[in-house]
Structures are given as C-alpha cells and as structure tokens.
Design a protein around this ligand. Structure first.
Ligand SMILES: [Zn+2]
Length: 262
C-alpha cells in the first residue's frame, strides 16, 4: 500500500536541493561512508535528506553553521539508522551545535549519598526526549580513523533512550535475545573496567567504563569506525551490534586510500 508516510517521504526527497558535489565533498571525508556500496550510499543520502527536513540543527555560542556542516552532522547520525529507518529518531527535533566543548551542570551523588551539582565541559550530550548537543570542534574530528566519533556516540545514546534512560540496553529487535545481550555486554564491560583499572592500554576508549550506557555508545563509535578491531577484541559484542544495527561494517572493505591512513 502506498501510505501517507511514503507519499510524504517521496515529496521531501523530490524537493531536496542537495547536489552531488556537496554530498561527495562532505561524505568523502568520512571513513564509514567509504566502506559503503552504491546502494547503501544512495539510501544514506535519502535518510540524510529526511533527517535535515525533520530536525532543526541550530548554532549556539557564536558558531555559524552552514549547509555543509549541517549535512556532515546529519550523515553521521544517519549511518546508525541505515538499516533501521529514520523513525528511530522520532520524538524530538533539536540538534544544538557549539563551537567547542561546552559547560553544563552535572549532578552526582557524593560519598554521603547527597546529590550535588558541579559544572563539567562536554563534547556532546543527548537528552531524553530532548535535544542532542554537539561541539563542532569534536564533530570535525570525524575524519580520523581512531574509533572516536561524537555524533555517532550521541545518536547511539538516542537509540538507547528509545526505551528510557541511556543504560546500554536499547529496545532489541524480534529474534534478539535480551539475556544474550545482557550477558555479553556486561561481560565485556567488566573486562574493560578491569583492564583500565590495571592500567592496560585498551583498544576501546576508556571512557566506556563510565557506565554501561557509555560503553554502548563508545563501542558503537568503534563499531562503525574501526569495526575490525571491535570484532577482534569483543567478537560477541560485535555480533550483538551487527544484529542491532543490522549492519556488518567489518565485512565492508575499507578502500586503499583509507587503509594507508591507518
Ligand atoms: Zn555518552
């Protein structure tokens, strides 16, 4: 059946003024796009257009945002939902971009059990049913193959928040086993915490040990940027993420010009 949402989708795509040269200029700098085949790139482009139509990406703190900057953020967000659909980002509209790290109040429980507030600086934040906030200086870092990508990180939190607070347990698809997910993620999280405490160098960024929610966001960054490494270090986590995102980025070849940068 040709429903309203499909009609709306086609209308938005038809009216898009995104040209090939701009699309290529922005996506050529992104390693996870370099791995995609032509069909996947075309779908990513459609999702990106829908994202830009549905979301409001606004600047704060004196930053000036242009079309290419907005496009760069949208493409990176949409890689997460390439096989899931843009509806996974429903329920909120705003992306706010600061020029650099921004300071935000942070609540924590002190050793006496009382809640205190202090100010911390952030590269990104994702609010439950609210905005995603990004530092442009960190967004620009996306072209490096180091497993770190603030846009993927914050939008992974958004997917995790589809069933409440970001706790590393997003809503799983039919056929996925909740107990497998818990056991595998908890095992890898504990292993990484142990290695970080022991002072070992870890392939996965140590920030992942902050909480199970941060672990999910950090391994999602690595899953798209350095999938072979995630598969080598935590193969079962890789398997769960491949089922969750319905993508297998390690099976996609990284073009030679990118391999030279590794
Ligand atoms: Zn986070």
């Amino acid at each position: 059946m040709f429903g309203f949402s499909q009609w709306r989708r086609r209308r938005i795509l038809r009216k898009s003024d995104l040209d090939d040269a701009t699309w290529r200029r922005v996506t050529d700098r992104l390693p996870f796009v370099a791995r995609l085949n032509a069909g996947e790139r075309a779908r990513l482009r459609e999702l990106t257009v829908l994202f830009l139509h549905d979301k409001q990406i606004s600047a704060a703190g004196g930053l000036e945002l242009n079309q290419e900057m907005r496009l760069g953020i949208a493409v990176q967000a949409c890689i997460l939902v390439l096989e899931l659909g843009i509806e996974h980002f429903d329920g909120w509209v705003e992306v706010i971009v600061y020029p650099d790290e921004f300071v935000s109040a942070h609540e924590f429980r002190n050793p006496e059990g009382l809640v205190e507030t202090d100010a911390l600086s952030y590269a990104g934040q994702a609010w439950l049913r609210g905005p995603v906030i990004l530092s442009w200086a960190d967004v620009e870092h996306a072209g490096e193959l180091d497993g770190m990508n603030v846009v993927i990180h914050e939008f992974a939190h958004k997917l995790d928040m589809l069933n409440g607070e970001a706790n590393g347990f997003p809503p799983l698809h039919a056929g996925m086993d909740r107990q497998d997910w818990s056991r595998i993620f908890n095992g890898a999280y504990q292993d990484l915490c142990r290695r970080v405490r022991a002072g070992e160098h870890t392939e996965i960024d140590a920030y992942a040990t902050e909480s199970p929610g941060e672990f999910f966001a950090v391994v999602s960054e690595a899953f798209f940027e350095i999938p072979d490494l995630v598969k080598a270090v935590y193969p079962q986590v890789y398997g769960q993420l491949a089922q969750f995102y319905r993508q297998d980025p390690a099976s996609r070849e990284l073009p030679r010009e990118w391999r030279l940068k590794c």
